[in-house]
Design a binder for this molecule. Sequence first.
Ligand code: UDP
Length: 368
Amino acid sequence: MRVLVVIGTRPEAIKMAPVIRELLRREDSIEVRVCLTAQHRELLDQVIRLFTLPVDHDLDVMAPDQSITQVTTSVLTGLGRVLAAARPEIVLVHGDTTTSFAAALAAFYQKIPVGHVEAGLRTYTRYSPFPEEMNRRLCDALCTYHYAPTAGARENLLREHLLPEHIVVTGNTVIDALLHTAAQPCTFTDPVLEGLGRERRLLLVTAHRRESFGAPFRAICTAIRDLVARHEDLEVVYPVHPNPQVQRTVYEMLAGIERVHLVEPLEYLPFVHLMKKSHLILTDSGGIQEEAPSLRKPVLVMREVTERPEAVAAGVVQLVGVAYDAIVKGVERLLGDEGAYRRMASGANPYGDGHASARIAEHLAGLQ
Ligand code: UDP
């Protein structure tokens, strides 16, 4: 069976790498090909190198200041050509990116069935996250097979009348990638990163969501600045996302502040090891809120709604939103209340056991 895996961004590459590895292990029955759209170039390439993923096609669509429309149309056109030439029997896409949606649409037009990895997550809030909520819904509607990470995601798909026999609950493949990577040795070449978390409590921050641009981002930065000023034993490391809007606000507001380390986005291996060094994590990332519970790190999520309610229900992730007061209060509670901290660092992780990719590969192998 010929399977074409389509990947556009860093999180897709991290979460698809273990799936590709499992498919490659079944080479006698499955022929796997990988197509990059490179919706994001640099961050994606780092992951491709780390996991030594084979690349067969590269659409290289990224353009300066690209709009969502441009990405959608370039992927749709480019992938249409790749599909017509490669004629895969099944296409695999991941998650909620514009790449996943446009690739699923391109395959649908050529009547090629698509499997959706990380299917069924919903906020049911149209513009949050934007455009990811709608990308994921459209993708699920276009796909034939749905690999749902949790029972809750499966319920969402059933409510939308997708066929139960085509939904497989697998766990999230990010846990497969995380456990593999956390077990690899890592030396930090940057002495600043190497020293972090030794003498002070380390707060790891990441934020890049489009819906937080503007005032919410400024509130996040002010909260970080004030938290560091109020807590002598706290230091912050913030790998700043390359999006120019994010870079501008963060460097303007936080550069030069003592005990705030602004760094380039990190490759996945050092990033995982930085999570391990951290005391707690403040983020708006989907992947990080899935990963951190496995490393026993409490996560405060700077979003108003989440399509990942399971970790919140399990008490290992807390939604704090993007208001200044709520962020400061959320962090200070965990700094001051040891019991609350310990409960959030329990190690329970509803997103997987590290074998999600094998379940997906087995399902695909069973289709022939
Ligand atoms: N990550 C990374 N380096 C960084 C920040 C994040 O490798 O500097 C990883 C992180 O561990 C997670 C993924 O990138 O697996 C999350 O990506 P992002 O936050 O861009 O996207 P989202 O998860 O929100 O879709």
